[in-house]
Design a protein around this ligand. Structure first.
Ligand SMILES: *Cc1c(COP(=O)(O)O)cnc(C)c1O
Length: 395
């Protein structure tokens, strides 16, 4: 390899990712271009991040305006954008108080810390255990990979933090059996995304919420992939008639700018005090200018409702046109978080789609995951569906 080739292939990077042989250099709306000028229809949105498409004008304007003003000062000072962004989150959710951080794992880490500290220092009950679910995904820090219900993310990282228990998803008897006087919180996704696009059961989640209330257990909902309009509501918990005590955000929150947040109910406020948690970059003027513009756009333009409608269209088209396939087992999802479960591995479908100019990803070995942006048009959906139908019906 020439020196230049080695640099573009990332020879100086740690091998933490299996990368496709594609270098994307430009994006606009639902479209991406690679370094040879080839165009791709983006139905993965950087894994549910660019919910407003690539380079959305209104967000860029807010970002550029803030870049001219002030980049960083530290949380030792008041940051007006941060207060405004927090108010937008609490005005549009069941939450009352927000902590900003920089990623999903950090948001979940904050949720785990707040749940334990609230139980131990406010309720004085010594509770520490967090119940999570098989096939869940909560992040890559030591606490959040421990919370994650998948063995492969934990391999080689022992010893792991104590106080996590895993149970099957959508199984209330298993939950009742796992709860004890040490249970601080139950943490789950409303649709297990990395775990295979598996929605939580309506009746089950209500039973879980009731049990939490009755037993003084905190309900933490990980909305990192499902939040910010993706599932057809601003937050996925809204579909289920429940209110979490804490929910976490990242991915779509910054339209591609790295930012995370934990949102908690009023009672939880005293779980943290000055100095008990923090982050140098959490909620900088730049990050929260982007969060403000993102939330104003999604709420102001009713993009959650649009995601619901476009998700319905996408799923109905897929179901209709894949009805005769013996390879496709099920098309399911919520809003624009969609999975096509197949009878065998789909890795080659992903790469064949790339060759045809369509970017999609997997959610486990047998599931094609579709995550278009919330502004995706019917024509773009038709184009993606026709490529996928052709590839899947040939199997
Ligand atoms: C992506 C994701 C995370 C981790 O977020 P990072 O920003 O990669 O740390 C946690 N939970 C869920 C549900 C996710 O989809």
């Amino acid at each position: 390899m020439s020196e230049n080739k080695a640099a573009t292939a990332g020879a100086s990077l740690l091998p933490t990712y299996a990368r496709y042989p594609l270098t994307l250099v430009k994006g606009e709306g639902s479209w991406l271009w690679d370094d040879t000028g080839k165009r791709y229809l983006d139905f993965m949105s950087g894994i549910a991040v660019t919910n407003l498409g690539h380079a959305p004008a209104r967000i860029k304007e807010a970002l550029v305006q803030q870049l001219d003003q002030l980049w960083h000062v530290s949380n030792l000072f008041h940051i007006p954008n941060q207060a405004d962004a927090a108010k937008l989150l609490t005005d549009n959710s069941c939450g009352d108080a927000v902590f900003f951080c920089n990623s999903g794992a950090e948001a979940n880490e904050a949720a785990i810390k707040l749940a334990r500290r609230y139980q131990q220092l406010v309720q004085n009950n010594g509770r520490y255990e967090i119940i999570t679910f098989e096939q869940s995904f909560h992040g890559r820090t030591l606490a959040t990979l421990t919370a994650t219900g998948q063995a492969k993310v934990k391999e080689g990282f022992a010893p792991l933090p104590e106080g996590f228990t895993y149970i099957p998803y959508n199984d209330f008897a298993a939950l009742e059996g796992a709860v004890s006087d040490k249970t601080a919180a139950i943490m789950l996704e409303m649709v297990q995304a990395e775990g295979g696009i598996r929605p939580v059961d309506q009746i089950y989640i209500r039973q879980v919420a009731e049990l939490c209330k009755r037993e003084g257990i905190l309900l933490i909902v990980d909305e990192i992939q499902t939040g910010i309009g993706r599932t057809g509501k601003l937050f996925a918990y809204e579909h289920f008639g429940i209110e979490p005590d804490i929910f976490t955000l990242a991915k779509g929150l910054g339209s591609g700018f790295p930012v995370g947040a934990m949102v908690a109910k009023e009672e939880l406020r005293e779980g943290f005090s000055a100095g008990s948690h923090g982050s140098t970059f959490g909620g900088t003027p730049i990050a929260t200018a982007v969060v403000k513009a993102t939330l104003e756009t999604i709420v102001g333009d009713s993009l959650s409702a649009r995601a619901a409608a476009q998700g319905e269209y996408l799923m109905s088209q897929l179901r209709e046109k894949l009805a005769g396939s013996s390879f496709v087992k099920e098309v399911r999802g919520l809003g624009l978080l969609v999975g096509i479960e197949c009878a065998g591995p789909v890795a080659d479908v992903i790469t064949a789609a790339q060759e045809r100019g369509l970017l999609v990803i997997t959610a486990g070995p047998n599931i094609v995951r579709l995550l278009p942006n919330l502004l995706v048009t019917n024509e773009e959906i038709d184009e993606a569906v026709s490529i996928l139908v052709e590839l899947l019906n040939a199997r």
